[in-house]
Design a protein around this ligand. Structure first.
Ligand SMILES: NC(=O)c1ccc[n+]([C@@H]2O[C@H](COP(=O)([O-])OP(=O)(O)OC[C@H]3O[C@@H](n4cnc5c(N)ncnc54)[C@H](OP(=O)(O)O)[C@@H]3O)[C@@H](O)[C@H]2O)c1
Length: 167
């Protein structure tokens, strides 16, 4: 499986159960990468989606200790082992670890590639973080896209990391 996240200059990913910045280009990128695929997320992240509902045209594997309604688009798991067993029934490249902090921390080492949007800002103080892949000896930066400037003036770039431990 692969990881997808948008991080600020400090590897911050969120605050008050929301994203730090609204980047239409990043949302489009996330949509392109994950539509028709499977996303793994924690309950808080699921609740942070519009209307607290699953995103269209994606299967969601959701982690929670609580009872949570299931349907064909959203399967609920109470531990990572059972979630990973289900995730293994899909093609590995179709499964994306999509946050938030607690779920990234538990499962990021199981991801072969990490699609990281790096946002050139730390203006909004983050309370949720992704582990810093630049300081993780298992991960190396494979490619860094051109610096772009969003419609709202925030600079960002699309990066790809590889987990050497799984190569
Ligand atoms: N920038 C990005 O790319 C990005 C992506 C995703 C999320 N985010 C941000 O990340 C933040 C949310 O992160 P978070 O850490 O608070 O929430 P989270 O990881 O989305 O969800 C945490 C919840 O997941 C459940 N959970 C986690 N591990 C579990 C396990 N092993 N077994 C059973 N249930 C488990 C628990 O739910 P219960 O309490 O119900 O048991 C836990 O409270 C938000 O600000 C969000 O916007 C950012």
């Amino acid at each position: 499986m692969n990881l997808i996240a948008a991080v600020d200059e400090n590897w911050g990913i969120g605050r008050e159960n929301a994203l730090l910045y609204h980047l239409p280009e990043e949302l489009k990128y996330f949509k392109e990468k994950t539509t028709g695929k499977v996303i793994i997320c924690g309950k808080n992240t699921l609740l942070s989606f519009p209307g607290s509902r699953p995103l269209p045209n994606r299967v969601h594997l959701v982690l929670t200790h609580t009872d949570f309604p299931e349907n064909e688009q959203m399967l609920v798991f109470h531990d990572t082992d059972s979630l990973l067993q289900k995730a293994a029934s899909f093609p590995a490249d179709d499964v994306f670890l999509a946050g938030g902090e607690s779920v990234y921390r538990q499962l990021y080492k199981k991801c072969r590639f990490a699609y990281i949007t790096k946002i050139n800002s730390s203006a909004v103080p983050a309370t949720a973080f992704l582990p810093d892949l630049d300081r993780d000896p298992d991960f190396r930066l494979l490619s860094q896209g051109e610096r772009q400037v969003s419609q709202n003036g925030i600079a960002f770039c699309f990066c790809l990391y590889e987990n050497l431990a799984l190569s």
